[in-house]
Design a protein around this ligand. Structure first.
Ligand code: XIL
Length: 331
C-alpha cells in the first residue's frame, strides 16, 4: 500500500487503533490493520458474555491478544462492566435483581480475574461502559442520570465506583504494570450527558484523592464518538475540553461517522463525511497532549456494525474514501 500510514501521520500525537478479531490477524486485513494502526480493541471477544459465560468458567482471548502483540500491535481492553453483552447470571436471577452482596461479589470477581489474567498485555481497560442515560435533564445530579441497568438495580448507585476500586486493587498489587482505567460512553457530544460524566468522574476522583493523595481512581474518559455527518464538531470540542479539564487523559474509542443509507454513499455525502473527519482530527491534534489514542470502530464499511451507513475510512473493497484523506490531511 502506498497510502500514508495514519499511525505515522499522528505518531507524535496519539496512538491510532481499530477493532480486531482473530480472523483479522492474517491476509489483506492484517496488512491494512498493521499499515495504519498501532493498537487494537477486541470488537466483541473480551466482553463479559464472551469472557465468563457461566459463573467461574472463563474463556480467554489469549490468541487474539498474543497474536496482536506478536504483530507489534498494542491492545486496549474492552470491556469489564456493561449493561449489554453481559450474562444474566452476573446480576439477575429469573429476571429479578440479585441482592447487593452477591452481585457485588460477581462484579468484583469478574473484574479482578480478568484484569489479573491479561495483565500488562493490555495498555488500558474500559472498566465501565455506558453507565449514563442519553440526555439527562439535570446533569449535575449524575446519580440521577445513571442508567437503570441490571448492575444498577442489583448493586445501587455506587456500582461504578466499586468497579473501579476492584480494578484498582489489582493494579496496586502490580506496581510494575502501567495500565490506565477508563470510563467509556457514547453520545459524548451531548452536553447534558458530557456534564453528567464530568460530574461523576470528578466526584469519584475527588473522593479517592482524600484517602490516596495525588492518585486517580479513574485515569481516563473514553469518547466512543459514534457520530453522523450531522454531528456538530463544536459540541465534540466542548465535551473534549470539559473532560480534559478534569486532569484525566481522554481517548476516542470507537470512532465512526454515519453517512448515506442502504450501503449507498453519494459523492456529496462522502465529501461531507471526509470534511467532518478532518475537522475532528484537527481538534484532536490541537489537544494531542491530553489524548492517548484514537480508535476507529471497524476497518471498512462492509464489516462495520453500522455497515448500511458507510461510516468508515475504507469502502467494501478496502479502497480509501474521502474520509481517509480527511484524516491524514485534515488541514
Ligand atoms: C458492538 C459491536 O461492534 C457489534 O459487533 C456487536 O454486535 C454489538 O456491539 N458501544 C460499544 C461497543 O462499547 O462494544 C459496541 O460494539 C458498539 C457500541
Amino acid at each position: 500500500k502506498d497510502l500514508a500510514p495514519i499511525k505515522d501521520v499522528y505518531q507524535d500525537d496519539f496512538l491510532i487503533g481499530n477493532v480486531a478479531s482473530t480472523s483479522d490477524l492474517g491476509g489483506v486485513r492484517l496488512d491494512l490493520l498493521k499499515h495504519h494502526h498501532n493498537v487494537i480493541t477486541a470488537e466483541n471477544a473480551m466482553k463479559p458474555d464472551a469472557t465468563q459465560p457461566t459463573k467461574g468458567n472463563f474463556t480467554w482471548s489469549d490468541n487474539l491478544v498474543d497474536g496482536a502483540l506478536a504483530q507489534g500491535l498494542s491492545v486496549h481492553g474492552h470491556v469489564l462492566v456493561w449493561h449489554q453483552q453481559t450474562p444474566a447470571w452476573m446480576n439477575t436471577s429469573d429476571g429479578v435483581p440479585l441482592g447487593r452482596e452477591e452481585a457485588l461479589g460477581n462484579l468484583r470477581t469478574h473484574i479482578k480475574t480478568v484484569v489479573e489474567h491479561y495483565g500488562d498485555r493490555v495498555i488500558s481497560w474500559d472498566v465501565v461502559n455506558e453507565a449514563m442515560n442519553d440526555n439527562p435533564s439535570n446533569p449535575s445530579n449524575w446519580k440521577a442520570a445513571l442508567r437503570k441497568s441490571a448492575w444498577y438495580n442489583a448493586i445501587g448507585e455506587d456500582y461504578v465506583e466499586q468497579a473501579f476500586l476492584a480494578a484498582r486493587e489489582v493494579l496496586d498489587a502490580h506496581p510494575e504494570w502501567d495500565i490506565k482505567l477508563y470510563y467509556n460512553d457514547y453520545n459524548d457530544d451531548n452536553q447534558n450527558k458530557a456534564q453528567a460524566i464530568y460530574s461523576m468522574v470528578k466526584e469519584l476522583n475527588d473522593k479517592y484523592a482524600q484517602t490516596h493523595p495525588g492518585k486517580l481512581l479513574v485515569d481516563g474518559i473514553g469518547m466512543q464518538a459514534h457520530y453522523s455527518v450531522n454531528t456538530n464538531p463544536n459540541n465534540v470540542k466542548l465535551s473534549l475540553e470539559k473532560f480534559i479539564s478534569l486532569g484525566v487523559e481522554v481517548s476516542v474509542t470507537e470512532l465512526d461517522i454515519q453517512a448515506g443509507s442502504d450501503s449507498q454513499l453519494t459523492e456529496k455525502q462522502a465529501i461531507a463525511q471526509g470534511y467532518l473527519y478532518a475537522q475532528l482530527f484537527q481538534l484532536y491534534q490541537e489537544h494531542a497532549d491530553h489524548i492517548a489514542r484514537v480508535t476507529f470502530w471497524g476497518l471498512n464499511d462492509a464489516t462495520s456494525w453500522r455497515s448500511e451507513s458507510n461510516p468508515l475510512l475504507f469502502d467494501k473493497d478496502l479502497q480509501a474514501k474521502p474520509a481517509y484523506y480527511g484524516v491524514v490531511d485534515p488541514d
